[in-house]
Design a protein around this ligand. Structure first.
Ligand SMILES: Nc1ncnc2c1ncn2[C@@H]1O[C@H](COP(=O)(O)OP(=O)(O)OP(=O)(O)O)[C@@H](O)[C@H]1O
Ligand SMILES: [Mg+2]
Length: 250
């Protein structure tokens, strides 16, 4: 489903007065597109994600999923933050299947769903492991699986791999790409990493300093499916340079 952000503003009330954090932002993300959002720290990226997810009410403006205005979290929107937030007493399988369990899905069906997702996310041998037995990258994979298991129409990812090392990020990014190429959710992903944005996205939005507005809207026509080899091509580097320049004047 398409995600439409319509004239969004967010101003926070703080002890020191009003803090205009975001906007105006208007942008429409086409169904099945992969958009990365970059911008300086504190410019309102996470605020934008929270409003899109229905977790926060904007000061003015609205967000639409298809034709429906978002006013509360919806199972059609999968949201993932930097912290995996797994339950330490549940296995990988049971963490991943939690949304299905809450929705009353039977154990047999939960096993079936997780059996499909676990290998796709490189966790085939870890269904019975506990979070404490996993690396940071593996925990983020479980958190991603927990989002994907509900088959959301939209994925909102707020720096989901920010805490991981570069190579682990690249591996997970390529895994995400494989899943996305098969399922084609509409994705909005916040990242600080220009290379990651170019590897993943077909559209890159750059935000200004606070209050964040979109100051560059860059379309990538790098071919798909993509492998890590693409990072060595002149087209990849040209895009990365263009994004970098946009961020520096943002
Ligand atoms: N609940 C809140 N109350 C008051 N101010 C807030 C609140 N949430 C965010 N802010 C302020 O809004 C601004 C934007 O914050 P936000 O977290 O959206 O930035 P960001 O672009 O995600 O930054 P980063 O890249 O560091 O994650 C910041 O100045 C922050 O202090
Ligand atoms: Mg943030």
């Amino acid at each position: 489903m398409a995600l439409t952000i319509d004239n969004l503003h967010m101003t926070f009330q703080t002890p020191d007065g009003k803090l205009p954090a975001l906007g105006p932002v208007s942008v429409s993300l086409a169904e099945g597109s992969f958009t990365c959002l970059l911008g300086p720290s504190g410019c309102g990226k996470s605020t934008l994600v929270r409003v899109c997810a229905g977790l926060q009410k904007p000061t003015t403006g609205r967000v639409l999923l298809g034709d429906t205005v978002i006013t509360a979290p919806s199972p059609q929107m999968g949201v993932m933050f930097q912290d995996a937030n797994l339950m330490p007493w549940r296995t990988v399988r049971d963490n991943m299947a939690l949304p299905l369990e809450l929705a009353g899905v039977t154990t047999a069906q939960r096993v079936q769903h997780t059996d499909t997702l676990l290998p796709m996310l490189g966790l085939g041998d870890f269904a019975q492991a506990y979070p404490s037995e996993l690396s940071g990258g593996m925990r983020q994979r479980v958190a991603l699986g927990r989002v994907l298991i509900q088959s959301p129409a939209v994925l909102l990812l707020d720096e989901p791999f920010g805490a991981l090392d570069a190579l682990t990020r690249e591996h997970i990014s390529l895994d995400i790409l494989r899943v996305w190429e098969a399922q084609r959710q509409t994705v909005l992903m916040v990242t600080h990493d220009i290379q990651e944005a170019v590897l993943l996205a077909d559209r890159i939005l750059v935000m200004s300093r606070r209050p964040g507005r979109i100051v560059a809207d860059i379309i990538s026509d790098l071919p798909r499916p993509r492998t890590h080899e693409i990072v060595y091509t002149p087209e990849f580097n040209a895009l990365a340079r263009q994004i970098r320049a946009a961020i520096e004047i943002a």
